[in-house]
Ligand binder design. Structure first.
Ligand SMILES: Cc1ncc(COP(=O)(O)O)c(C=O)c1O
Length: 381
């Protein structure tokens, strides 16, 4: 019954059949139906009037009820997926993945726990790519393989002081959850303004290449201000570089970490270029934090599984990652104006570089009472 309401087949005010008839239709005893009705009444799905029967509660009316009531199929409308976490999948993916996996199957896994830093061959390939695509001149010794940006953040939080973490507002909800999970508080910093105060913070978590969810590139002046503030206040800057390669107007802006390797921990991921289900990422940790970071990883054995790392070696070595990023860029470049055009009757695009504006409804900071700003809704970024 819950499913019928949620799908719109039943709507508020629809009358439920009598329990005796429903029991007969379903081939169950009447007490089973009565128990189910009691449960649904208690949960607020149903309303009953003494002696008059049972109805679907008025508060659960579903949008498509009119069509469903009339027995008409829901109108055919093209669905547009606006979920931020689902990348375009390259048509070559299956063949390439099978090849990578065949290679894994003929390689011999290590006998014990593997190198906690990650497979040396993978670190070499990642280091080469970071230099070429992100302006980060690192060698394999400085790269660590992680289970994605989330895992990298968890490992970093294991080694920075137990103090609040500054986070862009609006910002990445998974990072907020991870900071809370580490027992720390989040200090909101307005996403589109320069960060001038990190006093008392262990770290600042930022998405400079493509602010999540607003999409702005952090301007050079704000980058320098953030780094100067972090140096002055002794905070680590954590750079979430989740989709920097997908710029179609200008060349990707070099990583923030390229401006200060001693202050910025860089986190990268395969979630946007290959697949989020791989749970594969990499990080470059400043020397001052690296020994503790490695010790933590050695202690927890929390590196991605060897087969996934080994498959990623093939994907990088054979140029697949570069190829897929090139193709995806073309696809996204073509999609972007279509999305803007489709949404233009309802919203204005945020200018890519305009500072100081937080769209309504996006902030983590509660709106003051009486404010017209709607509360932030789940899933709003
Ligand atoms: C801001 C941001 N960071 C990171 C990620 C990906 O993280 P992970 O590597 O843990 O999949 C996403 C995915 O949607 C994201 O939006």
């Amino acid at each position: 019954m819950r499913t019928l309401v949620l799908s719109g087949a039943l709507a508020g005010g629809d009358r439920m059949p009598a329990s005796r008839r429903l029991a007969a239709d379903l081939g169950v005893s009447r007490s089973v139906v009565e128990q189910a009705f009691d449960q649904l009444l208690a949960e607020g799905w149903l309303e009953a009037r003494q002696g008059a029967g049972t109805w679907v509660s008025g508060g659960v009316v579903h949008r498509s009820r009119t069509a469903a009531r009339r027995g008409a199929p829901a109108p055919e409308r093209p669905l547009v997926m606006l979920d931020a976490g689902t990348p375009w999948i390259d048509p070559r993916h299956e063949a390439v993945w099978r090849r990578a996996w065949r290679e894994v199957s003929t390689a011999t896994p290590p006998r014990g726990y593997d190198d906690p830093r990650g497979l040396p061959a993978l670190r070499t390939l990642v280091a080469e790519r970071l230099g070429r695509t992100r302006g980060l001149a690192v060698d394999a010794d400085q790269v660590r393989i992680t289970g994605g940006i989330g895992a990298g953040l968890r490992h970093l939080l294991a080694v920075v002081p137990r103090a609040p973490v500054a986070l862009e507002d609006p910002g990445y909800r998974a990072a907020v959850a991870t900071v809370h999970e580490s027992g720390r508080t989040v200090r909101d910093v307005p996403a589109l303004e320069p960060v001038r105060d990190l006093a008392g913070c262990a770290a600042a978590y930022v998405t400079p290449a493509h602010q999540h969810p607003l999409g702005r590139v952090m301007p050079a002046a704000d980058r320098l201000t953030l780094l100067a503030t972090a140096r002055r206040d002794g905070a680590l800057v954590i750079e979430d570089d989740y989709d920097s390669e997908f710029r179609y107007d200008v060349a990707p802006v070099p990583a923030l970490a390229s401006l200060d390797r001693d202050r910025v921990a860089y986190l990268g991921t395969a979630s946007k270029s290959i697949l989020p289900s791989l749970r594969m990422g990499w990080c470059v940790v400043p020397d001052g934090w690296l020994d503790d970071f490695d010790a933590h990883r050695r202690l927890t054995h929390d590196a991605p599984p060897w087969p996934v790392q080994r498959a990623m070696v093939t994907l990088l070595r054979d140029g697949y990652v570069d190829a897929v990023v090139r193709s995806a860029r073309r696809v996204y470049a073509e999609r972007a104006p279509r999305v803007v055009a489709a949404l233009s009757p309802h919203a204005e695009p945020l200018p890519a570089r305009s500072p100081g504006c937080t769209p309504p409804g996006c902030s983590r900071t509660p709106a003051p009472s009486g404010s017209a700003r709607p509360p932030r809704t789940p899933g709003s970024g």
